[in-house]
Design a binder for this molecule. Structure first.
Ligand code: ASP
Ligand code: MG
Length: 425
């Protein structure tokens, strides 16, 4: 008998029919002889709707209350799902994150899981029950307040529970058949990736692929939990996210060099113009930003023009942090001594990911050539051992993604990607 943790995203339980369909799938897993723990997200766009409502009553809702509000979304779906399962003649019990033992730090809206103590889940399983757990939420160890893990956090709840319960597999169900070589909404010829390593999946998630929450992949890698990403709308085998040692042909020249192309529309670019070219300037700028708790992604410093002794520093950051970054920097304008700030949120990032690029020279040249041939200008570049990212104008993202996908022969001969839902999650 296996212990299976399943996570269903919002589009899988968007309405009553969806809830009933998912209930049947869960019961089938139970009937096949497994213990089943289910993590569920809020129905459809509930979380967005709740955020909109909060903004209507307050422009800046207190984090504690916003978390209290948002966790209600998952409580609705967990209770409905447990009812639908009961209606099929099986016992199901729903639990909030707090009841399930998901203990977090106190950082509202982006809490980190620090411990999982699933005693009540264990007991319910031992009593033959199916357990339904509200995703994306926990309870703060210090304040005992309810917290949320950040948008898309139910994936992380699922993997954290799988690790704490020593589950055999964690299945993540959404509205696409798995992880694709690019977003099928942009590249219809994208292919499903049968198996991908944790490290490549980490780079994909960090580069904007929304199919899995970044922290969920970090967790899965740390505890070596195999993740099976698949659709709740089909019975097809999805994508397995596993340790690289479990991927055949890892050192084989035959192996695909590139796993996929990811893109991210959520970043903006700030250029600090005319920074005096002397020691300590970059430190001052990025200290200000870190004190404002802003995560910086790419950084480029141009060579100073000898005549002016000044340089420009550009960096990207989540566009939601754009305003606070500009405010923080402007406050220190005199002390840092830069001339002006430029802000551009009409940009996007396109990333090529593949463990094979370690041993294949020329990947960068092929990528840049393909992007140039497509008539797209590259504004910034950054690389890791298994990733190359470029910043381009927002209107050029789709073109650049398609060009990169094509240049590395990732296009499928026949369209295999089906998008079942509508919301993208
Ligand atoms: N309902 C939350 C969200 O929409 C959490 C999740 O779906 O994982 O972000
Ligand atoms: Mg959601």
């Amino acid at each position: 008998m296996a212990l299976v943790v399943q996570k269903y995203g919002g589009s899988s339980v968007a309405d009553a029919d969806g809830v009933k369909r998912v209930a049947q799938r869960i019961v089938a897993t139970k009937k096949a002889g497994n213990d089943v723990v289910v993590v569920v997200s809020a129905m459809g766009d509930t979380t967005d709707d709740l955020i909109d409502m909060a903004k209507q009553v307050s422009p800046l809702p207190p984090g504690r209350e916003l978390d209290m509000l948002l966790t209600a979304g998952e409580r609705i779906s967990m209770a409905l799902l447990a009812m639908a399962i009961a209606n099929l003649g099986h016992e199901a019990r729903s639990f909030t994150g707090s009841q399930a033992g998901v203990i977090t730090d106190g950082s509202h809206g982006k809490a980190k899981i620090i411990d999982v103590t699933p005693g009540r889940i264990r007991t319910a399983l031992d009593e033959g029950s199916i357990c339904i757990v509200a995703g994306f939420q926990g309870v703060s160890q210090g304040t005992k307040d309810i917290t949320t893990l950040g948008r898309g956090g139910s994936d992380t709840t699922a993997v954290a529970l799988a690790a704490a319960l020593d589950a055999d597999v964690c299945e993540i169900y959404s509205d696409v058949d798995g992880v694709f070589t690019a977003d099928p909404r942009i590249v219809p010829a994208a292919r499903k990736i049968p198996k991908i390593s944790y490290e490549e999946m980490l780079e994909m998630a960090a580069s904007g692929a929304k199919i899995l929450h970044l922290r969920c992949v970090e967790y899965a890698r740390r505890y070596n939990i195999p993740i099976h990403v698949r659709s709740s709308f089909s019975q097809k085998e999805g994508t397995w996210v596993v340790d690289s040692s479990e991927i055949e042909g890892q050192d084989d020249m035959e192996q695909a060099i590139i796993s996929g192309v990811a893109h991210d529309r959520s970043e903006a670019k700030i250029t600090v113009v005319g920074v005096p070219d002397k020691p300590g300037e970059a430190a001052a700028i990025f200290t200000v930003l870190s004190e404002a708790e802003i995560n910086i992604d790419m950084i480029v410093q141009n060579v100073s023009a000898a005549s002016t002794g000044r340089t420009d520093i550009s960096f990207t950051l989540p566009s939601t942090d754009g305003q606070s970054a500009l405010t923080a920097l402007n406050k220190l304008k005199e002390r840092i001594g830069f001339e002006s700030l430029r802000y551009d949120d009409r940009i996007g990032k396109v990333s090529l990911i593949g463990a094979g690029m370690r041993s294949h020279p020329g990947v960068t040249a092929t990528l840049f050539g393909a992007i140039a041939d497509a008539g797209v200008n590259i504004e910034m570049i950054s690389t890791s051992e298994i990733r190359i990212s470029v910043v381009v104008a927002q209107d050029d993202i789709d073109t650049a993604v398609a060009a990169a996908h094509h240049a590395f022969d990732l296009d499928a001969e026949q369209v295999e990607a089906v998008v079942y839902g509508g919301t993208g999650r």
